[in-house]
Each structure stands twice: as C-alpha cells, then as structure tokens.
Design a protein around this ligand. Sequence first.
Ligand code: B12
Length: 324
Amino acid sequence: MPRPDPWIPSAEQMAQWPAVSGNAINGVGETAVRRPTPVYWFPPDDTPHGPLQRWFLGRLTPKVLAAREVRQRLIDAPLPPLATTRADRAPEAWSAEVKAAARAAGADDVGIARMQPHWVYEGCVVPERFAILLAVSHDWDALRTAPAEDAAAEVIRQYGRAIHVAKQVAGWLREQGHAATPHGGPLAPPMLLVPAAIAAGLGELGKHGSIINRHLGSNFRLSAVLTDVPLVPDAPDAFGADDFCRLCRACADACPPRAITHEQRVVRGETKWYVDFDRCLPFFNEHQGCAVCLAACPWNRPGVAESLVQKLADRAARRRGAAA
Ligand code: B12
C-alpha cells in the first residue's frame, strides 16, 4: 500500500529555520571520524538551530510544563560533598558496586565504557576516563500514545528519573571520595550518549536512531556518570538487532515526516543508521517532542524483546548448523 504523503511543517516554524542543514552539521557523507558539532539542545545562542529551540519551548502545554518543573527540581538537587577519605578497591569490585548502586537507584540497565574523544562535542571537554551509562524505561502505555501530549510528558518524567539515577550514582562515588559528574541532559553537552552506551554493552543502534536493548527494546532514556574511579569496561552487546532492522519497516513507515530510511549512511566516518535531522526536527518541534518511531518499534511491546532475542539466536544457530 503506498504511504500517505509526508507531513508538511508550518510556515511559522520554517520561518525560523537557518540557512544551514542539520545533516551537514552532523557530517552526513563525511568519511573521516571527527567529533560531533553542537546541533540541538545547546544554549540557543550557540547553534544555528537555536531559534527553533526557543520556538519549541514557547509552545509547550501546561501538562508538559508541569512535568518539566518536576524535572528541574531533580536537576537542581545538590550532590553530596566529595569525601576527604578516598576508598580503595580493585576495578572489578568498583564495577560491581557501581552497577549495584545504579540498580538500587532505579536504573533498568547499566554498563561501563572507556571514554573516547570522538564522543565529545567540539568545544566541550571530558577529562574523565570512564563513563557509566544508565538506562531507564518509559512507561509503555504513555509512550505508545506518541505524538500525543501524554507521551511528551512521559519523556520528560523519565528524563527526570534518568537524571536522578545519575545523581544518586555520582553521589555514592563522591561519598567514597571519588569525583564523579552526572550527565543526564536535557541539554546535549558535553557528549553523545548513544555511541557510549553501545560501547558499554547497552545494545545496538536501531534504524530509528535509538538503541535497541535486549531487555528494554528501544523504549528507554539514557544518562551517564563520568568518573576516574578505576572500572572494567563492558563489551558491546550484538544480538542481531541490526540485522532485524534491515528487514523491518515499522518505524520508517510510521514516521510522519519520513525522516527514517532503509539504507545506512556514512556519518563522520561511521556507517550507521541515520535519522534525517531536517525532516525529524520540524515534526518533533510541532508536537512537543515525538516518539512515533519508538511507539512503532516491534521491540517495545511488553514481553517482546526477550523472545525476539531468543528467535534471533535460534535463527543464527540454524544458519551456523546449515553452514557446517
Ligand atoms: C539532539 C538530539 C535530538 C534531536 C536531533 C537528533 C538527530 N537525529 O539529529 C531531536 C530533537 C530531533 C531528537 C529526537 C529524538 N531523540 Co534525541 N537526542 C539528541 C541529543 C540531545 C544529542 C544527539 C545529537 O547531537 N545528535 C546529532 C548527531 C551527532 O547525530 P548522529 O550523527 O546522527 O548520531 C546519532 C546516532 O547515530 C548516535 N551516534 C552518534 N555517533 C555514533 C557512532 C556510532 C558508531 C553509532 C553506532 C551511533 C552513533 O548518536 C546520535 C543520537 O542522535 C541526545 C542526547 C545526547 N547527549 O547524546 C538525545 C537522544 C539521542 N535522543 C533520544 C531519543 C529517545 C529521541 C526521540 C525518540 C525523542 C524522544 N521522545 O525522546 C527522537 C528520535 C529521533 C532520532 N532518533 O534521531 C535518546 C536515545 C535513547 C536511546 N534509547 O538510544 C537520547 C540519548 C536522549 C536520552 N537522554 O536518552 N534528539
């Protein structure tokens, strides 16, 4: 069945659009690895698309504004002071304890990555050696209503939870005498969370540009804690989601502005799924945020992710058997 015509953004919003394409800023087609350029969710005066951020914020409804107020209180909550005595443990013990602290604070998954310079935005600095990546699920019944207001408010609520978990983990490390910085957004700096979370074993990049996790699907938010406490990095977790996305059309067909394509692109030296910024952002802005791609993703229906992982493992075993 032919897809309906793509959604068209309002003239009012497009009057704010800058001359430069967000895809060019993001380095689509560039074959050399480089650090990302700030594109969105930076202080608005610092990026060409900053006026669009102001336009987005000026149109939020009372329900979404109320969720943002709760989130702001979590952002503003102080961290405990850095203890003057520094606890000493082996990296394996620190890793196990950090993960236990994250789970106790409410993380639905957690992994550890060694920091890489090309995750850090141009103009930002991350001196720490390790990133602890934290995942918190959205409530499915709210998220699946996207692009409705309930999904937008749920996204903000879970941003708050992700920030809270990051602060709890950073606070726990500081009580052990080790400096730790939480990074939960909602602003983007100092670093990209998705490649760090993939390196930390939280899953694979989906066609819709969000990570698919073997337990949570793609229905989750990320936050991080940056620290020099000695840790053991996790390995990436490839369980077949990338192959699955090559055949699945659900998110691309559901995306109203057709920002999702079936071919991977070269972006800053990496071949990967890429969501078209210039198509995605206008729809996102006119709907107080959008998560239609996550609402359509087959990995997100409750109970499905783990059975899909098993099916993909069975299929891979059958292929290996046939090839032997
Ligand atoms: C700016 C931003 C946006 C912008 C622009 C996104 C874009 N495609 O250009 C807008 C507002 C449109 C947006 C929309 C959404 N976003 Co957003 N966004 C961000 C933010 C703040 C910065 C990312 C960025 O600068 N992208 C621009 C350039 C760098 O993008 P890129 O080159 O295409 O790289 C993307 C991925 O390919 C990946 N990536 C980067 N380098 C590499 C390298 C390798 C090897 C791989 C495999 C992947 C990878 O990370 C980038 C994520 O956008 C991050 C938080 C953060 N600090 O990381 C959240 C974030 C990526 N967004 C997220 C989500 C969930 C969404 C939405 C579903 C909205 C929602 N309801 O939450 C939609 C989905 C659209 C999409 N997937 O692009 C989540 C993803 C969580 C997950 N499960 O993976 C994040 C991590 C926020 C969070 N705290 O959880 N987003």
